[in-house]
Design a protein around this ligand. Sequence first.
Ligand SMILES: NC(=O)c1ccc[n+]([C@@H]2O[C@H](COP(=O)([O-])OP(=O)(O)OC[C@H]3O[C@@H](n4cnc5c(N)ncnc54)[C@H](OP(=O)(O)O)[C@@H]3O)[C@@H](O)[C@H]2O)c1
Length: 338
Amino acid sequence: MLTQIVLPGVVEPDGLLVDRRPLPEPGPGQARIAVEASGVSFAEQQMRRGKYYDQPAFPFVPGYDLVGTVAAVGPGVEEALLGRRFAALTKTGGWASDALVDAGDLVAVPDGVDPAAAETVVVNGITAWQMLHRAAKARPGGTILVHGANGGVGSTLVQLARHAGIRVLGTASRRNHDAVRALGAEPIDYRDPDLAGRVRTLAPNGVDAVFDHVGGAGIVDSYRLLAPGGTLVSYGTAATKNDPGNSQLPVLKLIARLAWWNALPNGHRATFYNIWAGRRRRAAFQARLREDLGAVFGLLAEGAIAAQVAARVPLTQATGALRLAKSGTVTGKVVLVP
Ligand SMILES: NC(=O)c1ccc[n+]([C@@H]2O[C@H](COP(=O)([O-])OP(=O)(O)OC[C@H]3O[C@@H](n4cnc5c(N)ncnc54)[C@H](OP(=O)(O)O)[C@@H]3O)[C@@H](O)[C@H]2O)c1
């Protein structure tokens, strides 16, 4: 039997439903994955409130990513995949005991890597790697500013940057400063009214890149803190998460502002990172994901970066997992285990 968690509409965490039905058969090009780990990210918190800028119509099964082993393959898929462990970026559908995934979307998990550990770096690792190396093209010896340095994406980004020989200033709430320091970053309180002044004291010439998932008024400081030729990578608008109305509008406004900044002749770059950009050119998109997530998995396997597993929660207790993830009391990712 398939067990899955259904988000029926805008509900409190205890409104999630547990649904059981016969196992689905994989269609052409698909593999059925026996899921070993999925996770709770900011996206599911927003989807539950109907506030994620790009979510499907209710009801649906949430779960942005998963790790598991191939239990069955459909026509046209190599049987050699059976029994092997893979990860996939799914956007939805991960919160299930079993999931159908296009075989081309699978990324191999190295032998010996724990499924929950691997899970913490799927969406977080792809996002962090692509922002650091593709969007900002950060270089060893540079200095970057990472907002939310103890979060899922932020903590991965800090570790990847430190591994690449980059100095990191990281914002977080005060209670998380020790965790940020342990990752190798210099913590700054994001509630400090003189946050920008604090960054300028630590990096008087500005920073080579800023990674900003907050948006709102603070994005102006993020831009102004850049060193000559620096890059602002914006990737969210957490500041507007409670705003009423259309959830796409704040993102569109932000993108328009970045475009305007890019037209200024000062050598700075400002870009909005979207993990799904380019997905219409499917083969190239899948190849890029395999390369980038493969690189992150490689670093995890060799111990160059550490997984931040906040807790392992049984799938059927997804309500508790959601509550725990949004409590602000944990560092790293809450992982759901079927
Ligand atoms: N564009 C894309 O393709 C893409 C892909 C993946 C994720 N994202 C975005 O990335 C963001 C982070 O996701 P996540 O799953 O890593 O979330 P998360 O684990 O909940 O982390 C959020 C972090 O934000 C910090 N934070 C809260 N308010 C802040 C503020 N005013 N200034 C600076 N930091 C603040 C929190 O710090 P404390 O815990 O210390 O309060 C926490 O470290 C979300 O906005 C998500 O939508 C975007």
